[in-house]
Structures are given as structure tokens and as C-alpha cells.
Design a protein around this ligand. Sequence first.
Ligand SMILES: Cc1cc2nc3c(=O)[nH]c(=O)nc-3n(C[C@H](O)[C@H](O)[C@H](O)COP(=O)(O)OP(=O)(O)OC[C@H]3O[C@@H](n4cnc5c(N)ncnc54)[C@H](O)[C@@H]3O)c2cc1C
Length: 397
Amino acid sequence: MRDFEPLTEEQREIRELVRTVAFERIAARAAEIDRTAEFPWDVVELFRENDLFGIMFDEVYGGIGESSLMTLVTVEELSKVCATSGLIIAVQELGSLGIKLAGTEEQKRRFLPKLASGEWLAAYALTEPGSGSDSAAMRTTAVRDGDEYVLNGGKRFITNAGVASLYVVFAKTDPNAGHNGISAFVVEADAPGFEVGRIEPKMGIKGSTTGEVFFDDCRVPASNRLGEEGEGFRLAMRILDRSRPGIAAQGLGLAQGATDYALEYAKTRETMGKPIVQHQLIAGMLADMETKCEAARGLLYKVGQMIDAGETGPELTKLSAMAKLYCTDVAMEVTTDAVQVLGGYGYIQEYPVERMMRDAKITQIYEGTNQIQRLVIAREMVQPSVERRRNSTTVRE
Ligand SMILES: Cc1cc2nc3c(=O)[nH]c(=O)nc-3n(C[C@H](O)[C@H](O)[C@H](O)COP(=O)(O)OP(=O)(O)OC[C@H]3O[C@@H](n4cnc5c(N)ncnc54)[C@H](O)[C@@H]3O)c2cc1C
């Protein structure tokens, strides 16, 4: 039979390493991470030791120079057993992308090696209390003062708040210029005037911190601005094109992890004289779950390959939104079905599928809700962004 595996021999070896780390070291911790809702620094240490942060960085900046596809595979494999752990890798990529895409050589050399080794964790700070889906409605400001910018305002729901050493922050440098008045900055956690606020208790991914960050006359060197003034909104959207697949990978990992667990359970649980897997209604559910996972993987890996091939245009925007939408809707459907396959046992905390179902919900919400993904896909179908750019200078990407 022909081999349709998209990974090279070397990449399969890395996947094996990630699987070993996930199943032998993290799986047993996942329930406890969920119960205690404490950020798992031991998992970060494990990632550092095994160079998992390095996968997403070029060798010249201290990484191992692997691909976007491999980063997605890593998030998927980790999320099969612990979505909080998968998210640590996905958000390291999310928080680093602004520097990779818009950073000067000096900025890359200053920041990327610390992120590649995992010495520093990164965060991406776009959302505010009054601006989530409508991110351009943000109110945080940045005013130039000599060689510095002075930031005022606050961000909400920021993953890695309080554990990150570096925050890529979006703020208005020209409040009257709409999308074109937003700029991006690297804010280090020890910047004067930077403060972490409330960490939110939440439904799932409980070990991940989600919190407020505040800027009170926070001074940031002008050399920390990413790109030119006014380019921040476009950068934020370019980042999301490349980071949404990471959330898709988290969703796919959850879905596959739940399917695998439900299958093993169904082979051993007996009712009416036979294992429940031999009842056709259960077998049919499992077949649907597995099929959805495989279809989701096909779409996700295609996007990974597109990014690695250097695709940057509207096709990437569309496919990336599709992967996020499909993989995370599959995550919610399949984890809910896994609970059903386990019956009453699926609903209690002794078994992992109820946690997976709670963890799956957020994948449909963050990095753009799935309503927003549908809008992005439809917009690219109706009038691709290339065409819109030709006709207007103020459109949202
Ligand atoms: C656990 C967690 C972690 C997060 N991490 C980060 C992070 O690291 N960095 C960051 O910047 N943000 C982060 N977020 C924020 C997240 O991206 C936003 O919550 C999300 O984009 C939705 O914004 P909102 O909550 O303001 O909802 P709203 O924008 O108020 O949306 C409410 C509802 O209306 C729908 N809706 C809104 N506008 C439209 C429209 N035009 N058409 C149709 N439906 C619409 C939405 O789909 C949603 O169902 C995180 C959130 C959570 C909960």
C-alpha cells in the first residue's frame, strides 16, 4: 500500500518523541492540572528539556528549524492527553509570530532565542473588555515620548497572563485612524507601569492562565515597536492566519484523544451480553467520530503545508479559518459523543472525556469565534481580500 503520510522520516521521529512525552509524562498529570487549576510549570520544564519549544523557531534563533506543520502535529499530540499542555505550545507560537513576521533582525536576535529555549513564555494581547470580535474598537493607547512609547489601558482574557515574560500588545497610536491607527509593541513583563490583574476561573483548560493586564503610563522603548506605526491591525490579522491552525490542532487532538479513549472503553464495557462496540449504534458513532477526525486532519495538515510553502495570501486566510472552524466544531461534537459512548461513566471526573468536552468548548471561541471564522470564509468567497484592497484603503483584513 502507498504511504500517504505527509511527514518525513525525521518528522515522524519528532512526532514519536512528542507522543512519548505526552503519553508517558503528561497524561497522568492532566486530571490533576484540571483539578488544581495551577499553571503546569513542570510541563514547561519537560518541553524545555525535550526542545519542544525549539520546533517552531529557526536554527539561527536557537530553534531546531522545524516546520509549521510539525508545530501543529506537536499541539495535536499533546492535546490528545492534555489540552492545557497543547495550548502552551500553541500560545508560544501565537506570541512569537509578531516578532517573526514583523520584527527587525535586531528584535529577532533579542527575543526569539529566549522563546525558542522556553526560558521565556510569550503572550498575545489583543482583546479588551469592550473589544473581542470587534478588535479594532480597542481603547488602549500608545503615545510617543522621545525614544519611548507610553501605554495606557488594559487587555482582558490574555492567555499566559502572569506567566509570560513577553507580551505582544496592540494599541492605538492614532485613535482617529480606525484600523490604520493601531500599532504593535513588545512589552516585557518587567516594564514600568505594566501589571497583571485578575486571573479568571473558567470551564476548561484550567491549568492555562487567562487574565487581565494593565498599562498605567507603561513605558516601552520605541525599539520594541513591531513594524511601522499604523501597521498593527494588519499584523494582528496576519498572525491569526498562522496561529488559528494551532487552535485547530488543539481541537483535533482533543477529538482524537476522546475517540481513542471511547473506542478502548467500548471494547471492554459489556451490556446485553456483548461489548458495547458490537452494538451497531455505538459502532456507528465511533465510525463517525473517527471519520470527522481524519477529515479535520486532512484540512489542518494542508494549511500547515501551505504555511511552510510560504503562502501568505487570501487563500491562506480562508483555509486557516476553515481549519479552525472545522477542527474545533469537530472537537465539540466528538468529545460530546465520547461522553455519550461512556454513558454515566462519561459524565464523572474519574474518566477523562468530561474534561475533554469542557476543554473543547473554548476552541470554538478564542482566536476568533467560529461565527467570525464563517464570516471570514464567506467574505473570501464573495470578494477575496486582494480584490477588496484594490477597491478600498480602509478594509479589515
Ligand atoms: C480562555 C480564553 C483565552 C483567551 N486568550 C486570548 C489571548 O491570549 N489573547 C487575546 O487577545 N484574546 C484572548 N481571548 C479572547 C477571545 O479571543 C475573545 O473572547 C473572542 O474573540 C470573542 O470576543 P468576545 O468575548 O468579546 O465576544 P463578542 O465579540 O462580544 O461576541 C459575542 C458573541 O457574538 C458573536 N458575534 C460577534 N460579532 C459578530 C458578528 N459580526 N457576526 C456574527 N456573530 C458575531 C460571537 O461569535 C459570540 O458568539 C481569550 C478568551 C478566553 C475565554
